[in-house]
Design a protein around this ligand. Structure first.
Ligand code: NOJ
Length: 530
């Protein structure tokens, strides 16, 4: 189980209102107590922060906002001593418009080697003032921006599948591939255990960059569905090379390295191609995250994953929350609640379901506290480029990024700890007091204890290790499956109690669960005859 640390919102050691690497180091004992195997750090590299670090200006350094390389080394050392693995977030599809190679490309002329590292092209129309093709960017607006050439005239266009400040690399240029090999080695040499790969179905575009039949599909669905811009066959070659780089390190020191891809592709079958034995070790399977709270929907995505991904000998990587999605407590609630009630009960049940599935599980910071989405942030504090690029229509990603509450009754809830503490970079609502980690640890009924207990059992019960699952007959509205010979997990998606599929008291339950009954919006694990 890997815990996603969204660095700017985890813990601030300098008092500037933004979390940092020293804060992560200070929080390691807390994470160890929770029972995580490793952490994935969101990007902390030098960046103008147009997309909170997913616009990288230097892949081999630390932004002063988050610390420096010396602090990074301390963090890796501390994590190693605690037995916590460290994964970095690597962003190979695009960089920042402040990256030295992009600046060089802007200063160079059309057709130059410097421009070949990106997608520069002449515009269409008599004056070249129409973009080279009709693609739209994922975050809204055209996927092309026009540059001014050295002579002051409007010139070529460059491709950016996200914001204009995130130019896409041209992976058909060998220098780009070689540069990323160097970046990988730079961090592996510093002791990291692997990488979460941003936009891992990206990198290559159709070589001709032709018009798309449905150019706004990506922005409309907020998913990488343009078949000309994503999921090109050449990308698999990159993952084979990165895998072999990781294996070189393993051969040297015996420690496994891990590559986990953010892979968003149309079908589980295509997804499975990214986790072939010589490619990525893991790839997030987002279908569970996007499934509505409905037993048939959950059963369908789990069955597809087991058949098409696990069935090929690979592992399914489950995830219910991350820094791009509305938090489960709110997503499963009706309507957005402050975390009490239905949404929270369902989120707890979903957590037990996920932790019982065969494969890897990732949790996002605050998930272990049952944090709800902050739905009422005022417009003027929102920083998500999607909000700004969609004419303030899409309030999507700030609400799950609000800094964590650690202690106390009022903001900053122990999040920022400098002498003259600045306000957290996003305001924390008053009700965060209920979710502070100190309260969660002290209350055995908290989300925190559910996750901790679930993780402990997951680490010790052989039934929850490798293997598959077997669906069991269950009353309508209930999903039940067995792991191994005798572990049963059941989830009641309805609101009324049903008979439990197994007699006896459960080993662990997401809510009060008397023997023989499975209350509504509750999941439980039993050891017994299935
Ligand atoms: C996926 C990341 O999770 C998201 O936060 C980011 O905005 C895009 N990739 C672009 O890098």
């Amino acid at each position: 189980m890997i815990y996603q640390v969204y660095v700017r919102s985890f813990l601030d050691s300098t008092g500037d209102g933004v979390g940092d690497l020293a804060g992560v180091r200070a929080g390691l004992p807390y994470l160890k107590k929770l029972g995580v195997d490793g952490i994935w750090l969101s990007p902390f590299y030098p960046s103008p922060q147009h997309d909170h670090g997913y616009d990288v200006a230097d892949y081999c350094d630390v932004d002063p906002l988050f610390g420096d390389l010396a602090e990074f080394d301390l963090l890796v050392g501390a994590a190693r001593r605690l037995g916590v693995k460290v994964l970095l977030d690597i962003v190979p599809n695009h960089c920042s418009s402040e990256h030295p190679w992009f600046r060089e490309a802007l200063a160079a002329s059309p057709g130059s080697e410097a421009r070949a590292r990106f997608h520069f092209a002449d515009g269409r129309g008599p004056d070249g003032d129409e973009p080279p093709n009709n693609w739209h960017a994922m975050f809204g607006g055209p996927a092309w921006s026009r540059v001014t050439e050295a002579d002051g005239r409007p010139g070529q266009w460059y491709l950016h599948m996200f914001t204009p400040e995130q130019p896409d690399w041209n992976w058909r240029d060998p220098e780009v591939a070689a540069e990323f090999d160097r970046v990988l080695r730079f961090w592996l040499d510093r002791g990291v255990d692997g990488f979460r790969i941003d936009v891992a179905a990206g990198l290559f575009k159709h070589p001709e960059l032709p018009d798309s039949d449905d150019p706004e599909a990506d922005a409309r669905t907020r998913d990488s569905v343009n078949p000309l811009a994503w999921n090109q066959p050449e990308v698999h070659e990159v993952w084979r090379r990165w895998r072999s780089i990781c294996e070189d390190y393993t051969e040297r020191d015996g420690f496994e390295r891990l590559l986990v891809g953010e892979v968003s592709v149309p079908t589980a079958r295509e997804h499975a191609q990214y986790v072939r034995p010589d490619e990525l070790h893991q790839a997030f399977f987002f279908d569970l995250l996007s499934a509505p709270w409905d037993p048939d929907a959950f059963q369908k995505v789990i069955s597809e994953a087991m058949q098409d991904i696990a069935g090929t000998g690979s592992t399914v990587t489950w995830v219910l929350n991350n820094h791009d999605q509305v938090r489960t407590v709110t997503r499963y609630g009706e309507p957005a609640t402050e975390g009490s009630g239905l949404g929270a009960a369902r989120a707890r049940a979903a957590a037990l379901l996920m932790l019982a599935l065969p494969g890897a599980a990732y949790i996002y910071q605050g998930e272990e506290l049952g944090l709800p989405e902050v739905v009422d942030l005022p417009d003027d504090v929102l920083t998500d480029p999607i909000f700004h690029r969609t004419g303030s229509r899409a309030r999507i990603r700030d609400g799950c990024r609000v800094p964590l509450p650690w202690s106390g009754q009022a903001s900053p809830f122990g999040f920022t700890s400098g002498e003259e503490s600045a306000k957290p970079w996003l305001p924390q609502p008053e009700y965060f007091a209920e979710y502070a980690t100190d309260r969660a640890l002290a209350d055995t009924r908290s989300f925190w204890h559910l996750y901790r207990d679930g993780l402990q059992l997951r680490g010790t019960l052989p039934q929850l290790g490798e293997g598959t699952l077997r669906w069991l007959d269950a009353p309508p509205g209930v999903l039940a499956f067995a792991r191994g010979d005798d572990l049963v997990c059941a989830v009641n998606f309805g609101t009324a109690p049903t008979p439990a599929p197994v007699s006896g008291t459960p080993l662990l339950a997401s809510g009060p669960c008397p023997a023989g009954v499975l209350p509504g919006s509750t999941a439980a694990w039993w050891i017994g005859n299935s």
